[in-house]
Design a protein around this ligand. Sequence first.
Ligand SMILES: Nc1nc2c(ncn2[C@@H]2O[C@H](COP(=O)(O)OP(=O)(O)OP(=O)(O)O)[C@@H](O)[C@H]2O)c(=O)[nH]1
Length: 511
Amino acid sequence: MLPKQAEITLLALPAALTVGLALSFAWPTPTALFLTALAGLLPPLWRLHREQAALAALATQAQTQKKETWDFIRRIINVIPYPVYVKDARSCYVLFNTAFELDKAKSYEQLIGRDGLAPGSSEEAIRLHYLEDGEVLAGRTIYKEEHRNHAVTGQELYRVITKGTCSDPTGEPVIVGVRFYVTEQRIAQRSAQEALERETALREQVQQFVQRLIDVIPDPVYIKKTGGRYVMVNDAFAEYRHLDKSYIVSSAYPPPPAPVDVLTRQASIEEDNSVLVGGEILKEEHVIRKATGEEVFRIVCKRHSIYFDNEPVIIGIDHHITRWRVAERELQRLAQQDALTGIANRRHFREEADRAIDRAERYGEPLSLVMLDLDHFKHVNDSYGHQAGDQVLLETVSRINSCLRKSDIAGRWGGEEFVVLLPHTDAAEALFAAERLRTALAASPILADANALTITLSAGFAQRLAGETLDSFIARADTALYQAKNSGRNRVVGFPTDNPAPINANNEVSI
Ligand SMILES: Nc1nc2c(ncn2[C@@H]2O[C@H](COP(=O)(O)OP(=O)(O)OP(=O)(O)O)[C@@H](O)[C@H]2O)c(=O)[nH]1
């Protein structure tokens, strides 16, 4: 647009030309000539005027178009619910949406054309602000997440900020920034993480408690996953396996197999598989044999369960009862044995004799019994002492045992009285067996407390009659023994099988 004076000048020039020409024809003075010359400048000045006017119009149009474009872009970005802004090369806001105004908690007027720095920002904050904008203008793209509190409301915020550069409609470089809020997601993530951490801590506490609980149990207890992977074992289990507890549960795959034979192990694997799919194993007392040959008595219980990580597991307890069984066996042995001589006591002998009678009855086999009594044993005790008497009893049993077959059963009937059961033996064979016993004792003196004592015994024997009870059987042998004592001692007397009546002198068998 030309200034007003220039327009007046240009409009005055045609008038000056007209006046100049009229005067030069009528009165050709220097003034007229000057005016004529001035009028000659008219065409170029007019052209200049037109060109300047056109330029001014173009500039006005460009400004209008830029404003329209800016307004259009602003309408577009106003639709975006996240703060979006454009800054010029001086880091001042030239365009932004209403979400950005709300985000900054400032009005349009407070933001437009300003750098947006909070009043009182530190020099370092200002420096970094311009440094980052400078880098963006140089081509760097910013992508960062910030965790902060809202300047006005104090609300906790998480936002992802992106900044890049491009040219504005006039070709000037600008910074385009977008703030994307992820507060809800991040808080939800954080809550989930905190919940997970709480659950993990709780799980560890529960695991520690369970560990302490099972460590109190004196029997091996374990929790096992598929493939024999142990996830928890107690002290007793580690001790039984002779392995470190942490090694058993941390070893990748799987710990050394249990020290049992192959068949036992295979059976155990099959049991595990059935429990893992929901079964249950309860094995009453049974015996396994360790590789060392040692017997282990136990009661096994395996139950299906779900571990903390939702995997199926076996909770197992091996109730070891070996020491009770060993003690029980020992008690049984003691209850069955005579304390001094170690052979069967009267009660156990009767049990064994009952079984032998059953067998003999079933198979129709002969069965004989010999009652033995030391002669004048009281005299040994009285003369040499009780201890010497004991030594005599021990040696007597030793000699009795040396004369018997494996299937024969010897017992102490009481005091210095013994009983021997002879399976598969009839009266004739029993006579020889009893005589062998008598001879074995009388053959050589017994050394008792440095005294060589010649000891003899008397014996009575009987062959069992079909259907006869043990008491009757013993009574007949005892009757024969009584007869042996009465007829002089150191002898064997049999109760005849063909005459179950009480013995008398005529049917006595004596040697
Ligand atoms: N040292 C010892 N003596 C025992 C034991 N049990 C019983 N006696 C003794 O054995 C003796 C048995 O004596 P008696 O029943 O009179 O019989 P005996 O002296 O052998 O006479 P006869 O049988 O008639 O030949 C008693 O003195 C008992 O005290 C024992 O375990 N050890």
